[in-house]
Design a binder for this molecule. Sequence first.
Ligand code: URA
Length: 238
Amino acid sequence: MSALRLHKYLAACGVASRRKAETMIAAGRVQVDGVVVSEMGRLIEPKRQRITCDGREVTPPTNLVYILMNKPKGYVTTTRDPQGRPTVLALLPPMQERLFPVGRLDLDTEGALLFTNDGAFTHRVLHPSFHSEKTYEAVVRGAPDDIALQRLARGLVLDDGPTAPCSVKFLETLPTGRSRIRIILHEGRKRQVKRMFEAVGYPVIALRRTAYGRLRLGDLAVGKYRFLAAAELRKFFL
Ligand code: URA
């Protein structure tokens, strides 16, 4: 690797996302040749300099790993939780590679979550310009009518701006006045599905992501994971 910014190097090595890497740098957890660097945007030359994070040397991963998990409810999608709640990483086997989740699911959301140590892949997939497709099934209170479904599909205004057009399909009516709806987004804003349904008056009771890109959960049980082959990963980009 030739000269690049420190936070990009940390992300490329699978330490954390670029944003999280910036926080780690600001917190003084990163050293270059034995000296703490807490300023943003420092250029480094990985071939000539020794970079450490929390005292561990940071080197580019030689073995790229990709895992698809069916995340259960009750697990936070972070590598550490200050409140001591279980993290999704606790569900993975002990591994030499330092993996991190690609994007997030809420504590009470279930479903498809990717993990990797491939920082370039993560950056690409999470970048808004890539428009990664995410398929959700939401159980909502009530039975949204066509007008509500069209508002969701056309896009509506949330407090952080308008949502992009998306695909929405009524799947079934459930007992006790609930419904199951499929919604496919190409954005990934915080609590987006729940906020969209709230905006049309049908609060989400349960949420599950059934596919990330074209990677479907299939019969992967809740709490289980599987390693992805390169060919499967390529499907993501079709
Ligand atoms: N939208 C939500 O509201 N929650 C999630 O976890 C994912 C998408």
